[in-house]
Design a protein around this ligand. Structure first.
Ligand code: ATP
Length: 210
């Protein structure tokens, strides 16, 4: 089977992530998309980070109606740093006979050389890279050609709607008690509201998430 791996911190999961998964599924004829939350992201530690268990719960709610979207808990250990090269090597060993496609946004494609042992990622998967933010198609093609020539990487452009949505924006909006409706699935907005995530634990006036 062709398996798409959508790795991230998902703090929180949003429609940008879900659309990448959906478009990768359709465009590349994938059998399943596995959402892989990072337990302890080495390059993304923040004081206000949501606990892994809460991030996982939001993913569960976001994907529960989609049979080909699955939750992969391979990196779900907050006590150790997880690294993509290691995870992808292990997934290949655990699930032989499958082809893995690692889905990411342009920001990750441009920073991949800073990832630990990044060269070891390339033999384990084909990378599907979606445009994001200020990177245009020419930038992307240049970076892809570079990664292919320098490291033998296999990288394809993933055509997905360009959405200026990030978990950072959502955390900011939630902390200011602005609505996050339409940017996350309703069930995720509800979970964030009920659990007072990303906001000070003051009285909930019910306005948030409307
Ligand atoms: P943060 O704002 O906290 O950095 P994020 O929105 O970038 O978070 P992550 O969980 O870090 O979300 O992202 C996982 C992957 O999804 C990354 O490869 C990232 O590039 C990609 N991604 C996230 N949002 C988008 C988007 N709107 N368009 C394209 N790719 C995206």
């Amino acid at each position: 089977m062709k398996i798409g791996i959508m790795g991230g911190t998902f703090d929180p999961i949003h429609i940008g992530h879900l659309l990448l998964g959906q478009f990768a599924y359709e465009e590349f004829g994938l059998g399943e998309i596995w959402f892989l939350p990072n337990g302890n992201p080495p390059h993304k530690r923040r004081k206000d980070e949501c606990a892994l268990q809460l991030r996982v719960e939001m993913i569960r709610r976001a994907i529960r109606d989609v049979p080909y979207f699955k939750l992969c808990l391979h990196e779900a250990d907050e006590s150790v740093h997880s690294y993509t090269y290691k995870t992808m090597g292990e997934l290949n060993a655990l699930y032989p006979g499958n082809d893995f496609y690692f889905i990411l946004g342009a920001d990750s494609l441009f920073s991949i050389e800073t990832w630990k042992c990044f060269r070891e990622i390339f033999p384990t998967c084909t990378i599907l890279a979606a445009m994001r933010d200020d990177k245009d198609i020419t930038d992307m093609q240049g970076q892809i050609q570079y990664l292919e020539q320098a490291y033998g990487a296999r990288v394809c452009i993933l055509q997905a709607p360009l959405l200026e949505i990030s978990s950072t924006t959502l955390r900011q909006r939630a902390s200011r008690r602005q609505s996050i409706r339409y940017m996350v699935p309703d069930a995720v907005a509800e979970y964030i509201r009920k659990n007072h995530l990303y906001q000070k634990r003051e009285a909930d006036d019910g306005r948030f998430g409307e």
